[in-house]
Design a protein around this ligand. Structure first.
Ligand code: CP
Ligand code: NVA
Length: 299
């Protein structure tokens, strides 16, 4: 069975998924998931992930059920194991947005249908598939590009981006205060598959010659208690016109959203002419369609 818990789970089919998403966006699609049902468990807030999964299922002829953790018995102490076993009797695929990657693995271990990670503390694979689809649309190619990521180097986006960059032989630069560098396990994984990965604190050379500049919030969901400390630590890491000017003139700016303007990025960069943030958000839906087809063996 195909789970998508990490971007590594899609490694062999990554480009096929992206190409299918681009093809559906350009030339239309068939209702190949007719009568298929997706259950979506959310422990955290969501705009894009929820709406893109619901619209994706609808467009392909299926149906999605939204389950906030507090509305189901999971929020009152029913185990993840039992939740997985019960939901598997009703639906064809489960999406889970969780606080803990361990819980994500526990759900997948006990489900008899595919489980898709809709974000946890370690990874955000669906977002990164949509991001790489967006890069391919804009640049025509993935292999051989250079990506510079600024900000929280140890969060879910940084980890999934690092691995995806390694898969496509993209030169990856993580620019982050030392305390927030990626977890060792992810550095090892990226290097093991041959990733050209550089990790550094802010410096004059950062972003030089980059094709893609990326950032994400400094305070991810679950990190709220560290907000003050984080805002201090990331001071000086804002993506602004100066950083954009060091990259290639045709570089694109990306952010998975939600954005906090004046912190990780200025509003003028995020809404400026190099920014592709709203294409990225739209592409969540096309990518989700391809991911669901992949998980249900319809790709
Ligand atoms: N980018 C992203 O996952 O957004 P949501 O939190 O709104 O789903
Ligand atoms: N790193 C962010 C991504 C939000 C889509 C978070 O986990 O809150």
């Amino acid at each position: 069975m195909k789970h998508l818990l990490s971007i590594m789970d899609a490694k062999d089919d990554f480009e096929k998924i992206i190409d299918d998403a681009i093809e559906m966006k350009r030339n239309g699609y068939e209702k190949v998931l007719k009568d298929k049902i997706l259950a979506m468990i959310f422990e955290k807030s969501s705009t894009r992930t929820r709406v893109s999964f619901e619209t994706a299922m609808q467009k392909l002829g299926g149906y999605a059920i939204f389950l906030s953790k507090n509305d189901i018995q999971l929020g009152r102490g029913e185990t993840i194991e039992d939740t997985a076993k019960v939901l598997s009797r009703y639906v064809d695929v489960i999406m889970y947005r969780a606080y803990s990657h361990k819980n994500m693995e526990e759900l997948a271990k006990n489900a008899s249908v595919p489980v898709i990670n809709g974000l946890d503390n370690e990874e955000h694979p669906c977002q990164v598939i949509a991001d790489f689809m967006t890069i391919k649309e804009k640049k025509g190619e993935l292999h051989g590009l250079k990506m510079s990521y600024f900000g929280d180097g140890g969060n879910n986006m940084a980890h999934s981006l690092m691995l995806a960059a390694a898969i496509f032989n993209i030169e990856m630069e993580i620019v982050s205060p030392k305390k927030y560098w990626p977890h060792e396990r992810y550095i090892e994984m990226a290097r093991k598959i041959g990733g050209k990965l550089k990790i550094m604190e802010m410096n004059e050379e950062a972003a030089k010659n980059a094709d893609v500049i990326v950032t994400d919030t400094w305070v991810s969901m679950g990190d709220e208690a560290e907000k003050e400390e984080r805002l201090k630590a990331f001071n000086g890491y804002t993506v602004d016109e100066n950083i954009m000017a060091r990259a290639k003139p045709d570089a694109i700016f990306m952010h998975c959203l939600p954005a906090y303007y004046g912190y990780e990025v200025t509003k003028s960069v995020a809404h400026g002419k190099q920014s592709v943030i709203f294409d990225e958000a739209e592409n969540r839906m096309w990518a989700q369609m391809a991911i669901l087809k992949w998980a249900l063996d319809k790709l």
